[in-house]
Write a new protein. Structure first.
Length: 171
């Protein structure tokens, strides 16, 4: 990738080229005794997403949850093209301009299981109805389930239900 990047930066198109780098999923490398990609934990849902816009000179990191579904609306917005009708994705240009959206819930689906990342929390609902909720700021590796007695549990469960329904997922 470094050689391709160097070639692009040294080309005549360096100042007018939008470059987006991403992957389709993360991977467990032994954490939680997992060596695969088929879970609903943060490490599998969290992927690299790098947007290079030559008009922006300073690099920045966005910490609010976003999804791959946002790439299309972002590219259209950055190219001043009209948005896609009826898409779940959102342009990320607002975040790139310093806006925040920490309360947006981003879903992850795996067969009949669903999870959301919303702010600092990740909530998972399995097909048997059981749930897990984690505070990613204090427990990134998700080893301490906060349980349904946590003060944010009902709020997160409601967000999980609403987000799932918005994406057509029923449980």
């Amino acid at each position: 990738m470094g050689r391709v990047w160097d070639a692009l930066k040294n080309s005549k198109h360096a100042d007018n080229m939008l470059v987006i780098f991403f992957s389709d999923h993360g991977f467990h490398l032994g954490n939680l005794d997992r060596f695969m990609k088929s879970t609903l934990w943060e490490q599998v849902a969290s992927i690299p997403l790098i947007i290079h816009d030559p008009r922006r000179k300073d690099a920045q990191s966005i910490i609010d949850p976003v999804g791959l579904i946002d790439i299309g609306p972002t590219v259209l917005d950055m190219l001043d093209l009209p948005p896609i009708d009826e898409t779940m994705g959102q342009s990320l240009t607002g975040l790139m301009n310093g806006d925040r959206n920490p309360d947006r819930a981003i879903p992850t689906f795996f067969y009949d299981d669903v999870a959301i990342r919303k702010g600092r929390y990740r909530m998972i609902r399995y097909r048997d109805g059981s749930t897990q909720m984690y505070d990613l700021e204090n427990d990134y590796w998700q080893v301490r389930n906060l349980g349904n007695e946590h003060p944010e549990y009902s709020h997160m469960f409601s967000a999980l239900q609403q987000t799932s329904a918005a994406y057509g997922f029923k449980f």
